[in-house]
Design a protein around this ligand. Structure first.
Ligand code: XMP
Length: 525
C-alpha cells in the first residue's frame, strides 16, 4: 500500500510537517527525511516524487545544508520550495543572491506560463505567501520562468521535460490561496500518483501487518484514554483480540467521569475484544502528592508513579513479546529520527520507558500517522467521537491544574467546575453553529478550569464563606507553541460563573485568564 511514496527532504524549515500533511491530503503517502539522508537510501525507496522544504540558511554559503546534483538526475520529479527552490537553482547552475528587500507576507503572483502543469486550474493572478531574504536572480540553464512577483523575477521556474519545479513561496500554508491546487498538481499531475492512500485501507493494512508481526505473541499497552493510545488499542484489538492486554491506570487526576468512560469503551462491556486491566490508584497518588506544591515535583511524582504501577501490573502478567506504544508521526519527526527541525517537547514526556517490563520488541502501529489521521483511523475503528476528538490533556492531568498541594477535595472541585465550563462552552458553540452553520470565531482549541490556591471571603445567603477561586482558561492556538486567550462571549462566561458558584461546593470566585502564550503557558500550573 505504501508503494506510492512522495518524500519530503527537510532543510530545517518550519513548515516541513505541513508539506507532508498537504501531500497526504491528496491521498498520497508521504514521509519526511533529513537532507543528510543518503541518496542511495532515497533511491531505494523508489519515490514517485521528491519535495525539498524551506530552511533558514543561505544556499550559497559554504556550510549550508545542500544536496548532491544527482538528486535532480534520477528522473524523479522534484519540487523545491523556498530554500529548496533556491538550492535547486544554485546546484543546477542558476544564481541566488541576497535581496535588497526581503519579501514577507501575502504577495500577488503573476503567472507567465499559463499552461504550466503546476498552474493547472490556478488563476493568472493569485495570492501567495512569501518569506525570504535571498532570491533567485537567474534561473538555472534549461529552466524557464513560469511566474514572477513585483520583487521576485523568478518566483517559479521549471524544467518541464525533467519535471523539476522551483517555487519561491510556500504553497503549503493556507495564506497561499491556491497552494493546495499547486501541490496536488505536482503530486497527482507531475508525479502521476494515483492518490489512493485512504484511511480505511490503512486500517485494514495495519491490522494485517500487526497480525503478521505479532503471530501468536502477547502484547502489552499502557492505555491512558488519550487519542493516540486509544486508537492504538483499537487497532491492536481488531488485529489480535485477547493477545492484547491494556493497562489503564486511573491516577485520580482525570477529568470528571473519564475513567469510567475509558472503561466503558475498552472494558469488558465495551466494544473491543482485549484484556482490560483498570488500576484504581487514586488514593496512592493522593498519598504520594500530599504536601507537594512545586509543579515540576508533581509532574515527576505522577510520571514515576505511573511507571511503577505499570511495572507492577506487567510483573503480574509475566513476560510479553511486545510492548505497544501510541507514538505518532510528529513524535518521530520531532525526536529527530525523521526530519530536521527541532521542536522542543521534552517536558511533555513525563513517563519514559518502563525499565522492568519483560518484553522483546516495541510495536508502534501509529508511527506513520499525523494527529488528524489518527483521529480518522479512530472513527474508522468505531471509537466514540467523544474520545476521538478529545482536547489535548496533559499526562499529569489535573495534578498540574491545581496550584499548590493536590488533595482529593481539590480534585473534586476542579473536576466539577471543569465539567460545567466545558459543557457550557460546547452548548454555546453548538447553538451558534445551529444558527449560523459555522463554528464561532471564539471557539477555543483548548479550554478547561483550573484551581488557584487562593481562598478569599465571600457571602452566600446569610453566611460568610472562605473558599477557593477557580480560573477559567480558553485559548486559540494552531500549534500550541503560541496561543491567545479566546474571546468567549460575556454571557457564556457569566453563566459558567453562576453555575460553578451554585453547583460546586468550595468555590466562591471565578476568574477568566486573559494571558497569552508567551508569556503564559496554556496549562495553569
Ligand atoms: P503549555 O502549558 O506548555 O502546553 O503551554 C502546551 C500543550 O501541551 C500540553 N501539555 C502536556 N501534554 N503532558 C502532555 O501530554 C504534559 O506534561 C503536558 N504539559 C502541557 C498542554 O495541555 C497544551 O496542549
Amino acid at each position: 500500500m505504501k508503494k506510492e511514496l512522495v518524500i519530503v527532504i527537510d532543510f530545517g524549515g518550519q513548515y516541513n510537517q505541513l508539506v507532508a500533511r498537504r501531500v497526504r491530503e491528496c491521498n498520497v503517502y508521504c514521509e519526511i527525511y533529513s537532507y543528510k539522508t543518503d541518496l542511495e537510501k532515497i533511491k531505494a525507496m523508489n519515490p514517485k516524487g521528491i519535495i525539498l522544504t524551506g530552511g533558514p540558511n543561505s544556499c550559497y554559503e559554504a556550510d549550508s545544508p545542500t544536496y548532491q546534483k544527482e538528486l535532480f538526475e534520477l528522473g524523479i520529479p522534484v519540487l523545491g520550495l523556498c530554500y529548496g527552490a533556491q538550492l535547486m537553482m544554485h546546484v543546477l547552475g542558476g544564481k541566488v543572491e541576497k535581496a535588497d528587500v526581503s519579501e514577507y507576507g501575502k504577495t500577488e503572483l503573476l503567472v507567465d506560463k499559463t499552461d504550466s502543469r503546476i498552474f493547472k486550474g490556478v488563476s493568472e493572478k493569485t495570492i501567495v505567501w512569501m518569506s525570504h531574504t535571498d532570491y533567485i536572480s537567474k534561473q538555472a540553464p534549461g529552466f524557464e520562468i513560469s511566474a514572477h512577483t513585483a520583487d521576485c523575477p523568478v518566483a517559479v521556474a521549471e524544467n518541464e521535460e525533467k519535471k523539476l519545479y522551483a517555487i519561491q513561496f510556500h504553497p503549503e500554508v493556507l495564506h497561499t490561496v491556491e497552494g493546495k491546487t499547486m501541490l496536488s498538481n505536482f503530486v497527482l499531475g507531475v508525479c502521476e500518483c494515483a492518490g489512493d492512500w485512504k484511511m480505511d485501507a490503512f486500517v485494514e493494512h495495519t491490522i494485517q501487518e500487526i497480525r503478521e508481526k505479532v503471530g501468536d505473541g502477547k502484547v502489552l499497552l499502557a492505555l491512558s484514554g488519550g487519542v493516540d493510545s486509544s486508537v492504538a488499542a483499537g487497532l491492536l484489538s481488531r488485529a489480535i483480540g485477547k493477545q492484547l492486554t491494556c493497562v489503564f491506570v486511573d491516577h485520580g487526576l482525570l477529568r470528571k467521569d473519564e475513567g469510567d468512560e475509558v472503561e466503558g469503551v475498552f472494558g469488558p462491556n465495551g466494544q473491543f475484544d482485549l484484556n482490560f486491566i483498570r488500576v484504581n490508584a487514586q488514593q496512592r497518588y493522593y498519598d504520594k502528592l500530599a504536601g507537594v506544591t512545586e509543579p515540576e515535583a508533581k509532574r515527576k511524582i505522577i510520571g514515576e508513579e505511573f511507571i511503577r504501577i505499570f511495572e507492577e501490573e506487567a510483573k503480574k502478567i509475566g513476560a510479553v513479546d511486545f510492548l505497544a506504544q501510541g507514538t505518532i508521526y510528529p513524535d518521530v519527526v520531532e525526536s529527530g529520527l525523521g526530519g530536521e527541525s527541532a521542536v522542543i517537547k521534552s517536558h511533555h514526556n513525563v513517563g519514559g520507558l518502563p525499565k522492568h517490563v519483560d518484553f522483546k520488541e516495541i510495536i508502534e502501529p501509529l508511527r506513520d500517522l499525523f494527529k488528524d489521521e489518527v483521529r480518522k483511523a479512530g472513527l474508522e475503528l468505531g471509537i466514540p467521537e467523544k474520545l476521538v476528538f478529545r482536547q489535548p490533556f496533559p499526562g499529569p492531568g489535573l495534578g498540574i491544574r491545581i496550584i499548590g498541594e493536590v488533595t482529593a477535595e481539590k480534585v473534586r472541585i476542579v473536576q466539577d467546575a471543569d465539567f460545567i465550563y466545558r459543557e457550557e462552552i460546547d452548548k454555546a458553540a453548538a447553538a451558534y453553529k445551529e444558527e449560523t452553520g459555522s463554528e464561532p470565531s471564539w471557539m477555543p482549541n483548548q479550554y478547561f478550569a483550573a484551581l488557584t490556591n487562593m481562598r478569599s471571603v465571600g457571602v452566600m445567603g446569610d453566611f460568610r464563606t472562605y473558599d477557593y477561586a477557580v480560573a477559567l482558561r480558553a485559548v486559540k492556538t494552531i500549534d500550541f507553541m503560541t496561543a491567545e486567550a479566546s474571546e468567549i462571549p460575556y454571557e457564556v462566561l457569566n453563566k459558567v460563573m453562576n453555575r460553578i458558584i451554585n453547583e460546586v461546593k468550595g468555590v466562591n470566585r471565578i476568574f477568566y485568564d486573559l494571558t497569552s502564550k508567551p508569556p503564559g503557558t496554556i496549562e495553569f500550573e
